[in-house]
Design a protein around this ligand. Structure first.
Ligand code: CTP
Ligand code: CA
Length: 225
C-alpha cells in the first residue's frame, strides 16, 4: 500500500488504465509508432490493485508481462484501444488514459508489403485523424461521477499548455510531465504536476513511477468520495 494508506481505499471500485503506445500499420510489416514504454500505466495498474481496486489494463504494444491480479486487454491501434477502453469504461469508477495514442493513422493499409519501385520516388504517406478517446470519455461519462484522468507530455510552456489541454479535453485531472531527449520515455522515474479541473495543482517530485501513480489514485479517491 501507499505511504500513509492504511486501508485499501479503492476496494469495490473498478478502474480502467490504458498504457503503452499505439501502432498504426502501413502494411503487414511496418507501422507508425511512438516511444511510450508503458511503465507509467503499468505502475498505475499495480498500485490500484494494491489499493483494492478491480483493474482493467488496456495495454498497447508494451511487451511488459501482465501484472498479477489485473485484467489485461491487449490492443494494437488507436481504434482498437478506443473500443477496449469504451467497453470497460461502461461500469468504471475511474478511467486513466496513460497510453500514448497516435493522433493520426495512415489513410490506407497495404495488404501486401510495400515494395521499392526501381528508381521512382516513394509515394507520400497520407494520414487521417484518429478519434480523441480522452475527450470522448470526458464528454460522455458512462456513469455519473466517473473520474477521468489524462496524461500530457509537453516539451515547452508545460503548465500553460497543460492547463489549456485539461480544458480542451474536459477531464478531471491531467498529469503533465516535461519530456525531452533524455526525460521520461522508457525511464523508471518520473516528475510531474497534476492539474485539476477545480484549479488545483499537485506537484510530484522526481521519483519512481509508483509514487506518481499513488498520487494520482489519492486525487482520484478524493474525487470519488
Ligand atoms: N489521447 C486520446 N486520444 C487521442 C490522443 C490523445 O485519448 N487520439 C489522450 C492521451 O491518452 C492522453 C491525453 O489524451 O491522456 C493527452 O494526449 P496528448 O497527445 O498530449 O494530447 P493531444 O490532444 O493529442 O495534443 P497534442 O497536439 O499536444 O499531441
Ligand atoms: Ca497527441
Amino acid at each position: 500500500l501507499a505511504r500513509g494508506v492504511t486501508e485499501p481505499d479503492l476496494r469495490g471500485r473498478h478502474v480502467v488504465v490504458s498504457a503503452g503506445g499505439t501502432r498504426e500499420p502501413l502494411d503487414p510489416v511496418r507501422f507508425l509508432g511512438n516511444r511510450s514504454s508503458g511503465k507509467q500505466g503499468y505502475a498505475l495498474a499495480r498500485t490500484a490493485a494494491a489499493r483494492g481496486a478491480r483493474v482493467t489494463l488496456v495495454a498497447a504494444n508494451t511487451g511488459l508481462p501482465d501484472p498479477a491480479g489485473v485484467d489485461v486487454v491487449h490492443v494494437g491501434t488507436a481504434v482498437q484501444l478506443r473500443e477496449a477502453v469504451l467497453k470497460s469504461a461502461a461500469d468504471a469508477d475511474a478511467v486513466v488514459m496513460a497510453a500514448a495514442v497516435a493522433d493520426f493513422r495512415p489513410s490506407a493499409y497495404a495488404a501486401g508489403k510495400i515494395k521499392k519501385k526501381d528508381d521512382r520516388d516513394p509515394d507520400p504517406i497520407v494520414l487521417v485523424r484518429n478519434p480523441d478517446i480522452l475527450a470522448e470519455i470526458s464528454a460522455d461519462r458512462a456513469r455519473p461521477g466517473q473520474v477521468v484522468v489524462g496524461f500530457a507530455a509537453e516539451t515547452d510552456d508545460v503548465l500553460a499548455n497543460g492547463r489549456a489541454k485539461l480544458t480542451r479535453k474536459g477531464c478531471d485531472l491531467l498529469v503533465v510531465n516535461e519530456v525531452g531527449e533524455r526525460k521520461t520515455f522508457g525511464s523508471e522515474e518520473n516528475e510531474a504536476v497534476v492539474l485539476g479541473a477545480d484549479g488545483s495543482e499537485t506537484p510530484v517530485p522526481h521519483g519512481p513511477k509508483e509514487a506518481l501513480a499513488d498520487t494520482v489514485w489519492d486525487l482520484v479517491a478524493a474525487r470519488l468520495g
